[in-house]
Design a protein around this ligand. Sequence first.
Ligand code: KIV
Length: 295
Amino acid sequence: MSITTGDFRAKITASTLLERKQRQEIITCLTAYDYAGARLVDEAGIDIVLVGDSLAQVMLGYENTLPVTMHEMLHHTRAVRRGVKRAFLVADMPFASYHVSQRESLRNAARFIKDAGAEAVKIEGGEKRARLVQRIVEAEIPVVGHIGLTPQSVHAMGGYKVQGKTLAAVEQLMHDAIALERAGACCIVLEGIPREVASMITHELEIPTIGIGAGPECDGQVLVYHDLLGLTFAPPAKFVRQYADVGTVISNALTAFKNDVKSGAYPADAESYHLPKETLSALQTIAERKHAVQL
Ligand code: KIV
């Protein structure tokens, strides 16, 4: 066992997140979908790794999050599990995996923990999901809530629109947040809502809020890995801060490889394997003998 210095390498759990809020220490969260990405996120010291169903768009090329399946989410969660040591690992329950019956929802939630190694599941929706959240928590599975702009409701919302703009909508969001907290959620993602509303909810709740497009007063912030790195093919949303242009770096590298192969510049002699001297001289002797016989 190794001794860690400070709490930088200490394992993050659902209780750590609550303590962070109590100590007013900000929580960081990023999505990851594969082993390499998960390792980089975890080793950067990010607190929560979310295998988001945004996987549907950024990894699998679907138009929205609705088509992604349990099978696909489990497959990617397993890969992420192998790359994460310290962060709290949360998996998104995909659309229709928790909408049909409580029994099926519980079984699906348990698969993320038992078969894929997640430490919590995330479920979209507020008050109307509270009973289900309570049942999943009773089954010893931590649950992360998600309210505001919930991408799985894209058709019901009539598009990806900022939520919580009217008084009634603000009241409903507050009810949603409180219902999830009472149901036992360990934290709540607030997506696409006015900063002022996110701030009110954050102050009202004892559990942490993690914002995305919800302003700076949340207890933590989350971004999609591909958005932060500049690996997407569409213009980013207003709230996205792109920290690198990895798409251009990759694209330039791929073009350079193609050009080097076509021109013969790759591989160079230094990038080639060589025969041992004795084998080479034996081959040369054989070739010389053959040549002499032919003459
Ligand atoms: O799927 C996802 O990536 C998410 C985050 C944006 C919160 O739910």
